[in-house]
Design a protein around this ligand. Structure first.
Ligand code: GLA
Length: 361
């Protein structure tokens, strides 16, 4: 066991101890909490070699318990929304917790983000966290075992997800880090660049639930092309460049908070981001079929962040790799069903490097 684990706090009413594990590979430094499996800090060298903490987080466990932003956390069992907080699998209906109006968001009332995980294996540059989610927890079927590994590999933070269940179930884990590539305390992110390697997105209706929309010929379309809309982020552009445009999809979500459809097996990243202040660029790679780009539209109202930083709206953005929202109710989307006894494996990585500018071929 490496000596890089320290007590961070204790859950209320004499509950479990929460630890913080500090990973360091000489290039990146990352603090991970057993509470929510959250990434609390991630230090990355800027263009002058100075470490910049590029994720938002809090100083105390009490602050984590007081916020509802899924700050840095592992989200599950089902990241994003399930319409009507219910789904049917093998002719049986499962009723979930409606914690976002009539819909279920990010695993329900006590999702993975609010659980204390067990640090199974701690190394200097990696930690594996585990969690057991019993049959029926938050309404989901099956006893689910989950493991998440955070690993620093050269200039990359890798997140490896593993799971197995004793019944057929649905499963869609993600990480909910809020990035600010100018530094977590540097304020709004609208001047930072975003690029998504995606030609389509899943259009939403009320409650941010994906809807089928009719195209010009009256055909039902589960996804829409980004062409000619502010959803077209195929060329790097400041997050704020088009976020305020008069476009119904943006009005519904108060800005970018949508699922983009990734190009399978393209070898390309899913996303890139860049801060001209620090020169820090990030690329995101994943084997998941979608990515939620959330511009932190309603981040405000959480406790003061690390060192007293004020985290208002749009002071961080999330790039949540995922199955599409509401997949359990959408047979036309890639399947999020995890079969009994099968192993779930998935990997998302965030790579950091410095640039003078972000090039768009
Ligand atoms: C996700 C959702 C957002 C919001 C945040 C948490 O990114 O898509 O709408 O719920 O989580 O605040």
């Amino acid at each position: 066991m490496e000596n890089n684990t320290a007590a961070f706090g204790r859950m209320p009413d004499g509950g479990a101890q929460v630890d913080q594990i500090t990973l360091d590979n000489g290039w990146l430094r990352c603090q991970v909490l057993t509470y929510g499996g959250a990434v609390r800090s991630l230090e990355v060298p800027d263009r002058d070699g100075r470490p910049v903490d590029v994720v938002l987080g809090f100083d105390t466990l009490e602050d984590y318990l007081a916020q509802d932003k899924y700050m840095g956390a592992i989200v599950g069992r089902y990241a994003n929304r399930i319409a009507g907080a219910r789904f049917t699998l093998h002719d049986k209906e499962y009723v979930l917790c409606a914690n976002d109006g009539p819909n279920s968001l990010h695993g329900g009332a006590v999702g993975f983000d609010k659980r204390v995980w067990t640090a199974e294996e701690v190394k200097q540059d990696a930690v594996t966290l585990s969690l057991a989610s019993p049959d029926g927890e938050e309404g989901y079927p099956g006893n689910l075992e989950v493991r998440v590994t955070y690993q620093l590999y050269q200039d990359t933070l890798r997140i490896l997800y593993w799971a197995r269940c004793d019944q057929d179930t649905v499963f869609n884990p993600t990480n909910h880090s809020y990035f600010n590539l100018s530094g977590h305390a540097s304020g709004r992110v609208e001047d930072q660049h975003i690029r998504l390697f995606s030609d389509h997105y899943t259009p939403i209706g009320p409650g941010l639930i994906p809807v089928r929309t009719a195209d010009g010929d009256g055909c039902e379309m589960p996804v829409l092309p980004v062409d000619g809309t502010p959803m077209d982020l195929r060329r790097a552009q400041p997050i704020g460049a088009r976020i305020g445009e008069d476009f119904p999809q943006l009005a519904l979500a108060g800005g970018y908070d949508h699922n983009w459809v990734l190009r399978p097996n393209s070898g390309l990243p899913a996303a890139m981001a860049f801060s001209k202040n620090t020169g820090i660029a990030m690329s995101v790679h994943t084997d998941m079929p979608g990515i939620q780009f959330y511009a932190g539209n309603f981040l405000g109202g959480c406790p003061a962040g690390k060192g007293g930083a004020a985290y208002g709206d749009r002071c961080g953005f999330c790039l949540e790799t995922q199955f599409f929202p509401d997949s359990p109710n959408r047979p036309d989307f890639p399947s999020c069903v995890l079969r009994a006894g099968e192993e779930f494996h998935s990997q998302t990585s965030y790579r950091f490097f410095c640039r003078d500018s972000i090039d768009t071929p």
